[in-house]
Design a protein around this ligand. Structure first.
Ligand code: ADP
Ligand code: MG
Length: 227
């Protein structure tokens, strides 16, 4: 059994996961928690090679199943190399995406069988489920514009806006289905600092009174809601 706490950040491209992951890690470290950050695809050196394969515009012939299995392979390596050891050591792990991304993108977005997606993920993660998942909800047009910024879009980002809208709907549906695990933070036109304040509030409320072996786990779990 893991002793640490596994927190994931989820949401469509450009919603601010990577930005908020950094800010949250700093806030938790400042509060005295022992924090590890990871991300996918590419949180390990093996995963980085997988990530290149997935995102490369030269991979345009890649079928959805190949893409799905590559994400799962990257995740399996991250669980093995980074997440499980850190949790076993009692640390807080912040994951920038985890299996919910596969369910949203490959399951709902690309239409793969949701139960099959869950089953493969269960193998990849060895059954590990995040303790808390913060969903950063953003409208797809804003998200894609933020994600691409001033560089060329990668292969995933180029997909049509309807795909990104389906991903957003999927995330919201998943949050509704698992209110104990999910907290939804609406990004809208809130600044990075405003979103951080909402994320921090949700996470600290979940963690409870403060760092230390007896109080790292078991904060109040008021259910998924907009914060
Ligand atoms: N609340 C916000 N308001 C304005 N810009 C933001 C906000 N959050 C993130 N950004 C910017 O949007 C871009 C994408 O953010 P990022 O954290 O990389 O998103 P993700 O990891 O979810 O794709 C970055 O340039 C980031 O600085
Ligand atoms: Mg990112």
């Amino acid at each position: 059994m893991s002793k640490g706490v596994f927190i994931t950040l989820e949401g469509p491209d450009g919603c601010g996961k990577s930005t908020q992951s950094r800010l949250l890690a700093d806030a938790l470290a400042t509060a005295g928690y022992d924090v590890v950050r990871t991300f996918e695809p590419g949180g390990t050196s093996i995963g980085r090679r997988v990530r290149e394969m997935i995102l490369d515009t030269k991979s345009s012939g890649m079928c959805g199943i190949t893409e799905f299995l590559l994400y799962a392979a990257d995740r399996a390596q991250d669980v093995h190399e980074v997440i499980m050891p850190a949790l076993a050591a009692g640390r807080i792990v912040i994951g920038d995406r985890f299996f919910d991304s596969s369910i949203a993108y490959q399951g709902y977005g690309l239409g793969m069988d949701i139960e099959a997606v869950r089953a493969v993920n269960c193998i990849a993660t060895r059954g590990l489920v995040p303790d808390l998942t913060v969903l950063l909800d953003i409208d797809p047009a804003t998200g894609v514009a933020r994600a691409t910024g001033n560089r060329d879009a990668d292969r995933i980002e180029r997909r049509k806006l309807e795909f990104h809208a389906a991903v957003r709907r999927a995330y919201l549906q998943m949050a509704e289905g698992e209110p104990q695990r999910f907290r939804v933070v609406g990004v809208g036109d809130r600044s990075i600092d405003q979103v951080h304040a909402a994320v921090r509030r949700a996470v600290f409320e979940f963690l409870g009174p403060g760092p230390g072996p007896s109080c790292v786990r078991g904060g109040s779990q008021p259910g998924a809601r907009e914060v």
